[in-house]
Design a protein around this ligand. Structure first.
Ligand code: ME8
Length: 548
């Protein structure tokens, strides 16, 4: 199995982290935890020194620090750009610690390990001619730090589509990347799914912009350095310090620079670049074209293959409206912390992962929906089911797990057949992380239905039925153990809590298919103490006001 290397966008350090940043990093975390589970690899990896014990799952997130906005915000706060970047990168690290992210590395683009590699990549592209010096005139969106094509500028009334501020006409000497050369090749690669862009709606969107009559122009990739301090922040073009690398080009290379060491190189190519739909063009066109160019810039670069998949998720909106600075309606970290304080971090993770805008329409963060999902899936779902089973084992068997049934009740067939495990693994392959997690919740519901169908509490009224009751309860507990495996990537803390109570923590190094075999070598051991404990999730009152 090739290694699984997943990335998130690297976030601008001039913004404070909010739900959107936390969401993408959380999704990548759930994907990474699922993949570790599927492969039986260690929970998280501090990058090891030698290739031999390279983790088979590698999860990268980080910060994008060379934007011009960093210089302006730093000046407003009376600190240097580097200090400003340090402070805000630390905020992102704290935010990701709060959401329980298990990333293996956090890249900051101001780090020498990144800057030095970007200079090497550009030197190779200059030498091959795919980066060349010219002159650029165009419409510039100062807020977004990007040029807008003549057509797009005209359509938007020469105003930024994001901020509404007027676009500015700029002419400057400039280095270009020969993007035009790669248009047809990229179109073919995406059409044939050799370079996958998902979900399908995003693939169509990109292909629409690559198919004739669309024509790709070469793109400017540098900005001039002047006496203005704002222009001195960034990585210089090798051999021409009067120019610095455009922040987007610098940023995209993080995915490569982080693993471009002798020990980590086997991790390339990335398996998934998880991004928001706003930055699809950069990731599905500019980035693969840069990589194609680099891979052909000399024999030393032939290993630079294309990433396997770019996945662009949708948008969190707030009460139906796009979140923006001008509206001041961001679901910010404080709101998320308030939800975690009231409902637990795992409940927040569950809501974001299962109700978020992963592949379809935008999603609204709604308190009413949060409580509904919390009660249905968690308090009345896994929480209540685990309590019921634990209580019955306590009541009828003194808290000790009864024997494995010699002939499992016929109603248990659905619990034992492993179909939901296969469904979860299939969903995972399509990056449908909400679906993969929901397979665990479905298994819990199936256990509830099994309890209703077999009525152990009624049977137990007659002592002669105790063996049958034991068969039912063992079946329930073992099925919940399997469900807990599927729920663990989204809810690692609560499931670890359950494993501790039930003495069934999965041993490291065993792949999911083995762990999840019903009654297999890792099944619950009869005679194990099953501790009841407090409910994993207390029911929430929908009438209570939202936490703030
Ligand atoms: O674009 N809903 O950084 P950025 C869901 N530095 N996700 C959201 C969101 C929302 N409302 N708002 C933001 C940049 N995101 C560049 C990236 S990568 C080489 C450089 C998430 O700080 C989503 O993942 O603006 C989006 O793509 C990303 O934050 C943009 O973060």
């Amino acid at each position: 199995m090739p290694p699984f290397y997943i990335t998130t966008p690297i976030y601008y350090v001039n913004d404070r982290p909010h739900i959107g940043h936390c969401y993408t990093t959380l999704l990548a975390d759930v994907a990474a935890r699922f993949q570790r589970l599927v492969r039986g690899s260690t929970p998280t990896g501090t990058p090891p020194a030698g290739t031999a014990d390279l983790p088979s799952v590698f999860f990268l997130t980080g910060t994008d620090e060379h934007a011009d906005k960093v210089v302006t915000s730093a000046a407003e706060h009376g600190v240097s750009p580097q200090q400003w970047a340090d402070q805000n990168a630390a905020e992102f690290k704290r935010a990701f610690e709060f959401i329980g992210s298990s990333h293996d590395d956090f890249i900051r683009t101001t780090e020498p390990r990144h800057r030095d590699r970007v200079a090497v990549y550009l030197a190779a592209l200059l030498a091959s001619g795919d980066v060349y010096r010219g002159e650029y005139t165009g419409w510039y969106d100062e807020g977004q730090e990007e040029y807008v094509t003549e057509n797009a500028a005209r359509e938007a009334g020469f105003k930024s589509t994001i901020s509404g501020k007027p676009l500015v006409k700029r002419t400057e000497p400039c280095y270009f990347f020969r993007l035009s050369k790669y248009q047809d090749e990229l179109r073919g690669l995406i059409e044939r799914d050799e370079f996958r862009v998902a979900p399908d709606s995003r693939k169509s969107e990109v292909l629409g912009r690559l198919r004739p009559p669309a024509v790709l122009n070469d793109v400017p990739i540098s900005r001039p350095v002047t006496s203005d301090p704002a222009t001195q922040w960034g990585i210089r073009i090798p051999g021409d310090p009067a120019h610095r690398v455009y922040v987007w080009i610098d940023a995209l290379f993080n995915y490569l620079s982080t693993v471009d060491t002798p020990a980590r190189r086997p991790l390339w190519p990335a398996s998934v670049h998880l991004i928001g739909k706003d930055i699809l063009w950069f990731h599905s066109v500019i980035w693969p074209a840069l990589l194609l160019a680099l891979s052909r810039s000399g024999r030393d670069w032939a290993w630079v293959a294309l990433p396997r998949l770019v996945f662009g998720h949708g948008w969190w909106v707030s009460e139906g409206q796009k979140m923006s600075k001008s509206l001041g309606n961001f679901i910010d970290l404080e709101r998320l912390r308030a939800y975690a304080a009231r409902f637990g971090i795992d409940a927040l993770r569950w809501y974001l992962v299962t109700q978020g805008p992963l592949s379809g329409a935008d999603a609204d963060f709604s308190h009413a929906k949060f409580v509904e999902v919390y009660n249905a899936d968690l308090a009345n779902g896994i929480g209540n089911c685990a309590s019921r089973v634990g209580n019955m084992i306590e009541k009828y068997f003194g808290g000790v797990l009864p024997p494995i049934p010699s002939a499992p009740p016929p109603e248990a067939a659905r619990l034992r057949d492993g179909a939901l495990i296969s469904a979860a693994i299939d969903s995972l392959a399509r990056v449908e992380l909400g679906e993969a997690s929901a397979a665990g919740a479905r298994l819990v519901r199936a256990v509830d239905e099994f309890i209703s169908a077999t009525s152990p509490f009624k049977l137990a009224k007659d002592l002669a039925n105790l063996p049958a009751v034991g068969d039912i309860l063992y079946t329930c507990a073992e099925s919940l153990r399997i469900a807990s495996l599927l729920l663990a990537p989204a809810m690692p803390t609560k499931m670890a809590d359950l494993w501790q109570r039930w003495n069934c923590a999965p041993p490291p190094g065993v792949p999911l298919a083995e762990l999840a075999k019903w009654g297999g070598p890792h099944a619950l051991k009869p005679g194990t103490r099953i501790e009841k404990g407090d409910p994993l999730f207390m029911r929430a009152d929908p009438a209570e006001p939202a936490p703030t």
